[in-house]
Design a protein around this ligand. Structure first.
Ligand code: F6P
Length: 340
């Protein structure tokens, strides 16, 4: 059988580990042949399909990004696109497709499965907010990047007696902010799940600065005040979602005005998604890749792989999509003990 793999949506560390695991398992365990659709579904729509022999995945385990490229390309955007994909699948005699992507990609993959394509999904999001899987690979790398930044910002904040505001990824959920804030000793963590109040926030910072001379505040890009909206850049991404960013600068102006304490902003942006995956993510991504090929071999199509406790299990895509996993409120309560 010829097995295709594609990576779709925003990249994250560990994608190459999944590709490597899929190719190695497919060829060595099942005797399949592998091909890659470049730049997500776009490759299958345009015929940009490349062979993936064992040599193509040599030396990529530790590399960030994806050797296949990625895009936010909707395979169901119109009948013509879908027809082109089906044509190329027939032309290349592709027996199954492994789709690595976030909620939007998995939703589109389900629609393609309904059109007769044998699909197995691998969930991916740096934000770690897909409810049906305990963790997604790449997340702990992002947490490590932010934690390292917080360690560095601590020393300079202390030297200059400043408030340091660190804006991190997290559109709808504050997982990265929460976990990195906990690991990096943040004095305040602002997440989308808990709209903040400017008066309370500034009072807490002023109180802290009676005994301490610096503060570290971590803010998720999707955080918002209880009397206002999220801050977007006024632009849409290729899935038509607003591009987030800017809450850090807005907050810092307001905090500085209200507290009189010098406040500086660091926006970590895509540094959180780039570079080499931490060991945990390499292992998880490898396990996801192997489990996806096992699901193909077992004929469990229109399913995606989910981590449940220590187990990786295939679940129907339709059951697993569209459910957002909010940041854990019990963990937030633990983080709060260290605020102020
Ligand atoms: O959805 C994952 C994510 O990293 C968000 O946290 C962020 O808002 C978005 O993707 C950024 O996407 P892009 O790289 O397309 O700007």
């Amino acid at each position: 059988m010829r097995l295709a793999i594609l990576t779709s949506g925003g990249d994250c560390p560990g994608l190459n580990a999944v590709i490597r695991a899929v190719v190695r398992t497919a060829i060595n365990k099942y005797g399949y042949e592998c091909v890659g659709s470049r730049n997500g579904w776009r490759g299958l729509a345009t015929g940009d399909v490349i062979p993936l022999p064992l040599s193509s995945v040599s030396g990529i385990l530790y590399r960030g990004g994806t050797i296949l490229g990625t895009s936010r390309f909707n395979p169901c955007e119109n009948n013509e696109t879908t027809a082109h994909i089906l044509e190329h699948i027939n032309l290349h005699a592709i027996g199954a497709v492994i789709c690595v992507g976030g909620d939007g990609t998995l939703r589109a993959s389900h629609e393609m499965a309904l059109k007769g394509i044998h699909i197995v999904g691998v969930p991916k999001t740096i934000d770690n907010d897909i409810a049906s899987t305990d963790v997604t690979f790449g997340f702990y790398t992002a947490v490590q990047v932010v934690t390292d930044a917080l360690d560095r910002l601590h020393t300079t904040a202390e030297s200059h007696h400043r408030i340091m505001l660190v804006e991190v990824m997290g559109r709808d959920t504050g997982w990265i902010a929460l976990m990195a804030g906990l690991a990096g000793g943040a004095d305040m963590i602002l997440i989308p799940e808990k709209p903040f109040n400017y008066d309370k926030l500034c009072d807490a910072l002023k109180k802290r600065h009676k005994t301490k001379n610096f503060s570290i505040v971590v803010v998720a890009e999707g955080a918002k005040p209880d009397d206002g909206d999220t801050v977007t850049l006024g632009k849409l991404d290729s899935f038509g979602r607003p591009r987030f960013g800017g809450i850090g600068y807005l907050l810092s102006d307001e905090i500085e005005k209200r507290t009189g304490i010098e406040t500086r902003v660091t926006v970590l942006g895509h540094t959180q998604r780039g570079g080499t995956p931490v060991a945990f993510d390499r292992i998880l991504a490898t396990r996801f890749g192997v489990a996806a090929v096992d699901a193909v071999a077992a004929g469990q199509f229109d399913h995606f792989i989910a981590l449940r406790g220590e187990q990786l299990i295939p679940i129907p895509i339709a059951d697993g999509i569209g459910k957002t996993k909010m940041a854990d409120s019990e963990i937030y309560e633990i983080a709060e003990i260290f605020f102020g």
